[in-house]
Design a protein around this ligand. Sequence first.
Ligand code: 9Z3
Length: 317
Amino acid sequence: MSCISELGEDEVNSFFESSPPLKNMEEIVQKLNAFIHLNSSAGGRRRRIVCVTSGGTTVPLEQRCVRYIDNFSSGNRGAASTENFVKAGYAVIFLFRRGTCQPYSRSLPDDPFLECFKFPDNTNIQVNASHVEAVKVAVMDQQAAVAESRLLKLPFTTIYEYLQMLQLIATALKDFGPCSMFYLAAAVSDFYVPWKSMTEHKIESGSGPLDIRLAQVPKMLSILRTNWAPKAFCISFKLETDSKILIEKATKALRKYKVHAVVANELSTRKEEVVVVSSSGNVVVRCDSEKPGSIVEDNLIRLIVDRHSTYIKEFST
Ligand code: 9Z3
C-alpha cells in the first residue's frame, strides 16, 4: 500500500474540498449510471468501456470568471480516438472541453450549418452536393453510436469540473475492473488559483502589473491508479515542444504514475507520429502514407486495443 503523503492524498482532498461544487452533478451521475447499466449486459454480455478525455482545461482567475488561463488542445485526438474505439466495439464516455472538436464531425467544415445546407424553398432543407457524403457519414455514425449506447458525451470547462467529473466516472466504473480503460488525452492544467484565494469579481485594471500566485494542481493520475480505478487499464499522454526531452519525460511518467502506457507526442508533429512508451519497449506509431485519409489514431487505437485485450487476459488468469 502506498503511503498517504507519497500519493499527495492530503493535497487532493483539499483540492476537492475547496472546489466549487459541480452544478449538475446529479444529472451527470444519472446519465453515467444509465450508460454503464446499458453496457453491463449489452447483447447479453458486458462491453468494454473507455473514458476518453479531450481538450484543455481552463483555470479561472476570478470566481465570476471573465479571465482564465487555458491549456492548448483542439480536441482532435480525443474525437478521432473516440470514433476508433466505437468502431472497435467499445462504449465511450467522452469527457470533453466545451467547444472543442467532436467525434464524427471532424471532416465537416467549421460552420456546418451555414456551409452545408441550402433552402430551395421555404419548407425544404437540402445538403449542398459537395458536402452530402460527409454530412451523411457524420450524422449516421453519430446517431448509431448514441442509439446503441456506445457514446456518452460529458462536457467540462474548468480544471475543477474536469477533475470532479473524472472522479465520478472512475468511481462509477469500478465494477468494470480490467474491462474499463482511461485514455487521458486532455491537456490538463498543472497550475491553478485555489478557489478560496480567488477574487470574486473581475480583477481591476489600471493599477499597474498584476501578480498572481499559482498553486500546483495535485497529481490526480496517482490517485486514479491507486484509489479510484486500480484495476482499470490506463493510458496517459505526454506532450512536449522539445523533442529531445520527450521520451525521457514519458518514461519518467510511466514509472512514476504506474500507468500501462504513455503516448508521447511533440506539438508540431502530433498529427503524424506518436510514440507509445511502455514496459515492453517503445513503439513509433504513424498514419499509413499509402492509405488516403489515414490518421495516426487508426493505428494507435488498434495497438491500444490489442494491449488492453492482453491485459484483460492476464488479469483473468
Ligand atoms: C496530448 O498530448 C494530446 O495528444 C494533445 C492532442 C493535446 C497534444 P489535439 O487535441 O492535441 O489533437 O490538438 N494530451 C496530453 C497533454 C498533457 O497535458 N499531458 C500532461 C503532460 O504532458 C500529462 S496529463 O505533462
